[in-house]
Ligand binder design. Structure first.
Ligand code: ADP
Length: 359
């Protein structure tokens, strides 16, 4: 961070006095030497050394004042010197004054450049910390929202079952069970997001991609029905298992599904189609795609979708796809989006399978 004015003053007070005295002695010695030696000897150029030393000790104004003082001493020596050719002395005097001026200018420029570099470095460090903190906070808020909504909905349902005459205890118990489940999911998400932020490796286990996709669809079923979306599943058979962190992969799928559903809220109900597919990719990878008939993606959106905090939604946070990409990449996979020729978007994600692995 740049030093404040107060810090600079305190720093100035700490400067060893002897260095200033040494500087004064050096200046005086050069003046005496320049005056007693012949005109032909350009002792005054050594004032440039005085300027270079002063840069560390004096403020910008102090350095400029000292440079002017050195130039005055150089001219004074010209008139006080008694021996040698005056013409040569005049020439040396001009060269020395020029050298003092150039040295002062370049030294001050160097100091300003150094300060700018320090300031830029400090700002960069601060920005990196803020971005990291902001991303972490936003991602926790984003991922925790879903289980929180589920908790609130189940709690309301539970209340309704209990308020019935007579109360339906079995249904109320089911609602409580769902609350516990959602709360555990929220806890899991926090642990995983923290792990992700700390750069921890995902907790991988063998998973069936099609089963994961079916589960994700069940979780989003309420939203799919509420928005009158026609859903179709096209799951490839005989896919090898994945080695992945279940909660993290669920996060990716849930995020892509919710984005697709939200993207279709702006198009007429009759046109809302959500297609979930799984497929093989190359020799070892398997993947899934989530395709919608929503508002689609423009070139600008395609360029920035995965950037942190990039959102086109009013209440959006622009962090879901950033997290999704870091999860997928931490699994050695790839996630990307394309725009559909008619309307809508397709998000594809591929991950390495554990085909042929003995683990
Ligand atoms: P958020 O949903 O909070 O905006 P995301 O990172 O999940 O954050 O998405 C970033 C942006 O990408 C969204 O605001 C939206 O503009 C765009 N986007 C994501 N998915 C789709 C989609 N299926 N169709 C159209 N645009 C999408």
């Amino acid at each position: 961070m740049m030093a404040s004015a107060g810090e600079r003053k305190r720093e100035a007070r700490r400067r060893p006095r002897w260095r200033l005295v040494a500087l004064a002695v050096l200046t005086g010695s050069i003046f005496v030497a320049d005056t007693v030696t012949h005109f032909e000897i350009a002792v005054a150029v050594f004032y440039t050394a005085v300027i270079l030393l002063a840069i560390e000790l004096l403020s910008v104004r102090g350095v400029v004042a000292l440079a002017v003082f050195c130039a005055v001493l150089t001219v004074a020596s010209l008139f006080l010197t008694r021996s040698g050719a005056f013409d040569a002395g005049l020439m040396n005097c001009a060269i020395s004054v020029l050298a003092i001026a150039v040295t002062t200018y370049l030294s001050l420029k160097l100091v300003a450049a150094k300060a700018a570099v320090f300031e830029a470095q400090a700002k960069l460090g601060q920005m990196a910390r803020l971005t990291r903190l902001g991303e972490l906070t936003a991602s926790i808020a984003h991922e925790i929202n879903q289980p929180l909504a589920a908790i609130s909905m189940s709690a309301q349902a539970g209340c309704r079952w209990l308020n019935r005459e007579p109360p339906d205890l079995a249904k109320a118990q089911q609602a409580l069970g769902r609350i516990v489940e959602a709360a555990n999911r929220a806890g899991d998400v926090i642990i995983r997001v923290r792990g992700l932020a700390k750069g921890e490796m995902p907790r991988k286990q063998r998973l069936d991609l099609n089963e994961m996709l079916r589960e994700a669809t069940v979780l989003a079923q309420g939203e799919i029905e509420r928005n009158a979306i026609a859903l179709s599943l096209d799951l490839a058979q005989g896919l090898p298992p994945l080695l992945a962190d279940k909660v993290q992969l669920q996060q990716v799928m849930a995020n892509l599904l919710l984005n697709a559903i939200e993207a279709m809220s702006a198009v007429p109900e009759a046109r809302r189609e959500l297609e979930i597919a799984s497929f093989r990719e190359g020799a070892r990878d398997i993947g899934f795609s989530i395709s919608d008939t929503g508002v689609g993606l423009g070139t600008h959106a395609l360029d920035h979708l995965f950037d942190s905090f990039w959102t086109s939604k009013e209440g959006g946070m622009g962090i879901g796809l950033t997290i999704s990409r870091s999860i997928v990449e931490a699994h050695g996979g790839r996630i990307w989006a394309t725009s559909k020729p008619r309307l809508g978007a397709v998000f594809r994600c591929t991950l390495p399978s554990c085909e042929g692995d003995d683990t």
